[in-house]
Design a protein around this ligand. Sequence first.
Ligand code: DGL
Length: 259
Amino acid sequence: MIGLFDSGLGGLTVLRRLRERLPEADILYYADQANVPYGDKSPDELLPLLHANITWLNDHGADAIVMACNTSCSIASLYGWPPSRAPIFDLIEAAAEAVAERAYQRIAVIATIATVRSGAYGRAIGARNPSARVFEIAAPALVPLIESQAATADVEAAVAELCAQIPKNIDALVYGCTHYPLIDDLFALHLDPRIARIDPAVAQAARVYRAAQTAQFANGRGATRYVTTGEPDSFFLSAPSQRSGRDSRVNVRGSVPRG
Ligand code: DGL
């Protein structure tokens, strides 16, 4: 079984990419919505959350952990990964590999404040292509808007404001937070179509798929089990397209949401 975690809804974009590659895998989706947003927190706050989430997934039977939170990956890039029986699949390393493969030279990365402060994307891309120019731009307004399911007009205004800060002559924009691909259509409206928009989860899912060819963690019934530390109703109402007859939804404190 594959364990996946994010602070909230952003992990749905990782789940989508994983499902494209591994339809048979059983997946346990853990959303730490009691602590969302992660992006505004300090490393001292984020490190224990990373440890707790990795431990929780190991304790609940994950045979592989697919990171669905860039902010947590950026903390691991500074302080290392917590001990884990299950192998961990990083998002930032996967993104850097995708950027290097396509030889992009001028790359903007939009991410949470914590991810930008860590410099993780600049280091990972620079390690593969030292001549690449990486612009790391914090976008703290977006996660709260997405989590609260704000009106499209408000989200679009925030996207427009953000796009105005992105240098015009870049080759690629990396979504350095898993929440952002949920509003890819709004970025498409405000960015030059010449600029490639990179969802790191695509490269990450390809890595997980390759590993699954020689390991057993993806053999299952294609079931997805969702667990949130937050309000279960709001989580599941926001993810209707992810539902299937085999899905189950349980709040981490034990209550089962309606619907
Ligand atoms: N979606 C997460 C990320 O990729 C965390 C966003 C947040 O909670 O601030 O960084």
